[in-house]
Design a protein around this ligand. Structure first.
Ligand code: ADP
Ligand code: MG
Length: 239
């Protein structure tokens, strides 16, 4: 089967800057759940942007489902929660409206949602546990609930690849742990490929089987239990 993601020998630097990534190699099969961690500035967001085809590597190749990532033809099947992708807290839209926007974008729809689309939106809201908040304005939700709403928005597009860049930033530790478990369950139930960048390594350590550490390149790729002892020191993982 064609892997969902293939990076081979990827180098990257921003204009005139120092190398951000060197010789990054990563293969993710369809249906995998991969946690990505590493220090601030380590290159996690840059790596995601390259594998999604939003940035072009200086050297090496990036393939998405076998196609060159920057020319990938099925963009609507990619669910991407960019870092700090929150609306302002004054956003008047309700959870259902935000999630419906994800469905509209997926179908290239302009008009009102059909019954089938509405059912998909309702399922996405239920899947993240926000049924009781479905018609509440996003602004009235907690930070963790708002992030769940954005995950539901991505799910409404029925993505084959879900990429989340630090969705738990600014969310309390309990909510981070429960978000990691939610993502693991969605992955299992929907068979979606998940790449989850978490700043808080502790929140994912007990949930994931494959962890990739990014620090100027990929410095570890394997089960968290195989991490060298020093990597458990939070100073390696946090800023
Ligand atoms: N748009 C940009 N222009 C110049 N440098 C950038 C830009 N974005 C990120 N960088 C630099 O690239 C490095 C990696 O950043 P990033 O990929 O955001 O790391 P992470 O997501 O792990 O915190 C950092 O040194 C950062 O300062
Ligand atoms: Mg980042």
């Amino acid at each position: 089967m064609t892997p969902a993601i293939e990076l081979h020998g990827v180098d990257y630097a921003y204009d005139g800057g120092p190398p951000v990534l060197r010789d990054a190699c990563l293969t993710v099969e369809e249906g995998e759940f991969v946690a990505i961690a590493g220090p601030n500035g380590g290159g996690k967001t840059t790596l995601l942007r390259i594998l999604l085809g939003l940035a072009r590597p200086a050297a090496g190749t990036a393939l998405l489902f076998g196609e060159p990532a920057h020319r990938f033809s099925r963009r609507a099947t990619l669910g991407y929660l960019a870092q700090r992708s929150r609306l302002g807290t004054d956003a008047p839209a309700t959870v259902r409206e935000v999630v419906s926007a994800g469905r509209l974008a997926a179908g290239g729809l302009l008009g009102p949602l059909r019954a089938g689309d509405k059912a998909i939106v309702a399922r996405a809201i239920a899947d993240v546990g926000l049924e009781e908040k479905a018609d509440a304005p996003l602004a009235t939700l907690s930070g963790g609930q708002q992030q769940r709403a954005f995950i539901a928005k991505a799910l409404a597009a029925e993505p084959s690849l879900l990429v989340l860049d630090e969705p738990t930033a600014g969310v309390d530790p309990g909510a981070q742990e429960s978000l990691a478990r939610l993502l693991e369950r969605l992955h299992r139930e929907r068979q979606v490929t998940v790449l989850y960048v978490s700043h808080e390594f502790g929140a994912v350590e007990n949930v994931v089987r494959r962890l990739v550490l990014v620090r100027g390149g990929i410095v570890f790729d394997g089960p968290p239990s195989d991490l060298p002892g020093a990597w458990h020191d939070p100073s390696h993982v946090h800023a």
